[in-house]
Design a protein around this ligand. Structure first.
Ligand code: DON
Length: 319
């Protein structure tokens, strides 16, 4: 794109400039129709591919929205980032590092081979194996209690009560043989203490939580703001946990394309197969994007392009 790379400076431009760049990013990529909708979760295949929403939330609470930023979709893998933060808050830096890992696999998010190549170690919290291992660490004496901790915790990040899409949950539970196999494989290597299939059930619920691009931007801005939700003022996690979570997103948030993402766009981000992306500019704010058509790694095509445009225009690149 024509806008030159701008390395991150101390603060965002003024309100008017952020507002007009958000609209410009939406307009610029509105007609782009590259990529394919995810259909391995049957109900996702029925989504309108033309939907496109963007939201920028500043750490001071200023909000900038464009297009379908209020349209609900399932959070999917983006939940991994926030469940990881909740688990880090509970277990601390060293414990989670040992149990879940911090290194990129270089393989697709649902790879079984990555587990086999690494003695059953899940490697990092952003691939399915690591996310399932992370969900297993959520405190609670029953899976219902663990699910409630996740739903409440992610709602605190969003600043409103999030609800699960029962249809997305049922559709995925009927077809997620690979995730069930991954959980059993973790069990066979002694890498998961909780019941593997109950853990997959909770993991599938967390992926079916409904959010919109505006919610994602608030959730991301909470991480950008050292753990304080800029809309509600509530402390959700500690600054240390935000640091650990953002490091994980930088390393693995965009899966096997994470290096390319960091090279081109330069801020931690997380994508989901329903078409959401959250990208976080530490100390400044976050961008939420939603557009259902994905590239071959499972990242939203228009979301990625719009965030690249905003990262350059707003001077967010950390490097
Ligand atoms: O476990 C799964 O396959 C889905 N619930 C989530 C995958 C996902 O979002 C990967 N994203 N790019």
């Amino acid at each position: 794109d024509s806008i030159a790379r701008v390395v991150s400076t101390g603060s965002l431009p003024g309100w008017n400039e952020v507002e007009s760049l958000t609209s410009a990013a939406h307009e610029r990529y509105l007609t782009l129709d590259d990529g394919e909708i995810a259909d391995y979760i049957p109900v996702l295949a029925a989504v309108d591919p033309s939907l496109f929403g963007l939201s920028v939330i500043e750490v001071n609470g200023a909000a900038h929205d464009a297009g379908d930023s209020g349209h609900p979709f399932s959070i999917q893998s983006i939940s991994k980032a926030f469940v990881y933060a909740l688990v880090c808050e509970e277990y601390g830096h060293a414990g989670v590092k040992e149990r879940v890992g911090v290194n990129n696999t270089g393989l697709p998010f649902n790879s079984v081979m990555a587990l086999e190549l690494n003695d059953g170690h899940p490697m990092n919290p952003m691939v399915n194996a690591g996310a399932i291992a992370t969900t297993a660490l959520i405190p609670g004496t029953s899976s219902a209690e663990q699910w409630e901790v996740i739903r409440t915790g992610l709602s605190a990040f969003a600043g409103r009560q999030l609800v699960m899409d029962g249809e997305v949950y049922a559709s995925e539970m009927a077809t997620n043989f690979r995730n069930k196999a991954i959980a059993r494989l973790l069990e066979s290597y002694g890498r998961i203490d909780a019941d593997p299939l109950e853990t997959v059930d909770i993991y599938t619920r967390q992926c079916a939580l409904l959010v919109n691009a505006h919610d994602l931007a608030i959730m991301g801005a909470t991480l950008a703001d050292g753990g304080i939700n800029p809309m509600t003022g509530q402390r959700v996690v500690s600054p240390e946990v935000c640091g650990d979570t953002l490091a994980m997103l930088a390393a693995s948030g965009m899966y096997e394309r994470s290096g390319e993402w960091l090279f081109e766009i330069g801020i931690p981000a997380k994508s989901g197969v329903a078409g959401g992306i959250v990208a976080i500019a530490p100390g400044k704010g976050a961008i939420g994007a939603f557009s259902p058509r994905l590239n071959s790694a499972g990242n939203s095509v228009r979301g990625q392009r719009a965030i690249a445009y905003l990262s350059r225009g707003l001077g967010l690149n950390l490097f």
